[in-house]
Design a protein around this ligand. Structure first.
Ligand SMILES: *[C@@H]1O[C@H](CO)[C@@H](O)[C@H](O)[C@H]1NC(C)=O
Ligand SMILES: *[C@@H]1O[C@H](CO)[C@@H](O)[C@H](O)[C@H]1NC(C)=O
Ligand SMILES: *[C@@H]1O[C@H](CO)[C@@H](O)[C@H](O)[C@H]1NC(C)=O
Ligand SMILES: *[C@@H]1O[C@H](CO)[C@@H](O)[C@H](O)[C@H]1NC(C)=O
Length: 468
């Protein structure tokens, strides 16, 4: 069922500046006042940048339909009888919750979270009307009919080939536990790469950074951990640079790895790993700013805080500059993006493979201070919103030509069979005042709200210029 967002006021104000917005004087004057404050803050954020402030009220009508929310009504099956002993053991006294069902590989609701092969998205089979549609959580075939293996990934738009590249963990191997208390894992196979012209039909470009089979002292030895690979292009050196989380099987190494290639499709040469700025580093991402400066953001101090700092000009190392942000907030899986001069970030909590609540953060300067705005998820149902739609973010990709519109890319991890983890792609829109008053703004929201809208099925606007 699709209905208009009923959780809060519309996130955009569909009226031209100052004209014909007559009714409900009180509400509108309040809204106008908030909008004024918000615009004022936008203008002051953008001061000195040529004054080309684009009002978020104008953001693309093509995307408006994606701000309608879809509801999910899911009946939890009765706890007795058919309930698997595993789920019963996990929560012996309470009735089962949706999250228990999600984590229970024998749940009768399994198909809700992990729809079977029959519903797979197949870009080579256009017999239905599903072409170019995203179905979060379904199996997604590449152009050869194999499930895409690009977990914890990110997208690079390559200007020279006008092609999108999707890099991620290639996890098409058996899931096992290395020892009793070890987390579910798949041996390193490598970093998978897929190319596309439309962000929907993806061609497998192969494994662009491969695991090492024999030499156990190598970072890329299969017994180790390689997570969250991200690739950016360096204009100055003409190299494609990959950063990733490198760890041993027990997550004690806590380092980053760097690899480099002349081509987006690799092969990438692995350079080395290091602890950035001397700190432990687990979930991480890199972000390339408009001015060409790239930054690394990583969870540190045992995931209790994030660190952020610029890379060197060649993107192959960190500099000595680093800031601690979101201290004591225990966030991971950072995904950073920028809109109208403001930096935004989505993070997750730290609960292993189990899903948890996402938070959106914003900052005027990428080095901070960063402020937490709250949960960006809208639609589905309460449990969907509290679990980031049963997924964990990994990347936020801007849709050029659609200001304020992004794709939120997340992983629905399947700890019982990690290779069968699913992708959750959803529209992310920046616009409208934030829900929650923040610390030092006298109770008025300063940042635009970040909203991720749940959809069972959606597609990019057909007029979007990236689709050609
Ligand atoms: C294409 O999809 C239709 C319906 O989704 C299915 O019946 C058919 O078998 C598929 N064809 C191929 C070649 O996979
Ligand atoms: C595809 O869409 C057309 C027009 O909207 C409709 O008539 C047709 O039944 C649809 N086909 C399928 C397989 O859903
Ligand atoms: C194994 O890898 C290490 C680290 O990369 C390297 O120093 C060493 O020479 C390699 N050993 C062999 C036998 O290739
Ligand atoms: C990981 O920890 C387990 C149990 O503490 C230990 O047996 C194993 O040797 C450790 N493995 C590595 C690679 O450090």
């Amino acid at each position: 069922m699709t209905m208009r967002n009923k959780y809060r006021k519309p996130t955009t104000f569909h009226c031209n500046a100052g004209s014909r917005c007559s009714p409900s004087a009180v509400v509108w004057s309040l809204v106008g006042f908030l909008l004024f404050l918000h615009l004022y803050s936008l203008v002051s954020h953008n001061g000195g940048k040529g004054g080309d402030v684009q009002l978020h009220t104008s953001h693309h009508t093509l995307f408006r339909e994606l701000e309608e929310v879809e509801e999910e009504t899911i009946q939890i099956p009765p706890p007795k009888g058919k309930r698997s002993p595993r789920a019963a053991k996990r929560r012996p006294k309470r009735s089962t919750t949706l999250i228990d069902e999600f984590l229970d590989e024998n749940s009768q609701l399994r198909h809700v979270f992990f729809p079977d092969m029959k519903t797979a998205i197949d870009p080579m089979n256009d017999s239905g009307n599903d072409s170019l549609n995203y179905f979060p959580g379904r199996i997604w075939f590449d152009t050869e009919g194999n499930p895409i293996q690009a977990h914890g990934g990110g997208i690079l738009y390559d200007e020279s080939s006008r092609t999108y590249y999707w890099y991620g963990e290639y996890k098409d191997g058996p899931t096992y536990h290395a020892h009793k208390k070890g987390a579910a894992r798949v041996d390193i196979i490598g970093v998978g790469c897929y190319s596309s012209k439309d962000l929907w039909a993806w061609k497998n470009e192969g494994i662009v950074l491969e695991a090492e089979e024999a030499n156990e002292t190598c970072d890329l030895h299969k017994s180790n951990v390689l997570e969250r690979p991200k690739v950016i292009y360096n204009e100055k050196t003409g190299k494609y640079v990959m950063w990733m989380h490198i760890d041993d099987g027990n997550y004690t190494k806590a380092a980053v790895g760097i690899a480099i290639s002349d081509y987006p499709t690799g092969p990438f040469s692995y350079l080395h790993s290091k602890r950035p700025h001397g700190f432990d580093s687990r979930d991480m991402t890199i972000f390339k700013d408009d001015d060409g400066v790239a930054y690394i953001i990583y969870s540190s101090e045992d995931n209790s805080e994030l660190h952020i700092g610029p890379l060197t000009e060649d993107y192959l190392d960190v500099t000595h500059v680093v800031r601690r942000i979101l201290i004591g907030q225990h966030r991971e899986a950072p995904a950073l993006f920028k809109y109208q001069g403001t930096y935004y970030m989505i993070t997750s909590g730290c609960t292993g493979w189990a899903p948890n609540e996402a938070l959106a953060h914003a900052a005027e300067s990428i080095m901070g201070p960063w402020e937490t705005m709250g949960n960006p998820c809208i639609g589905g149902n309460k449990m969907f919103r509290q679990t980031t739609f049963f997924a964990q973010g990994t990347y936020v990709f801007p849709l050029s030509g659609l200001p304020g519109s992004f794709i939120f890319i997340a992983d629905r991890w399947n700890p019982a069979d990690l290779r069968d983890s699913r992708y959750v792609w959803l529209p992310l829109i920046v616009g409208g005042p934030a829900d929650r008053p923040l610390d030092y703004d006298f109770g008025f929201p300063v940042w635009s709200r970040v909203s991720i809208y749940w959809h069972r099925k959606w597609r990019l606007p057909s007029g979007w210029r990236g689709l050609k």
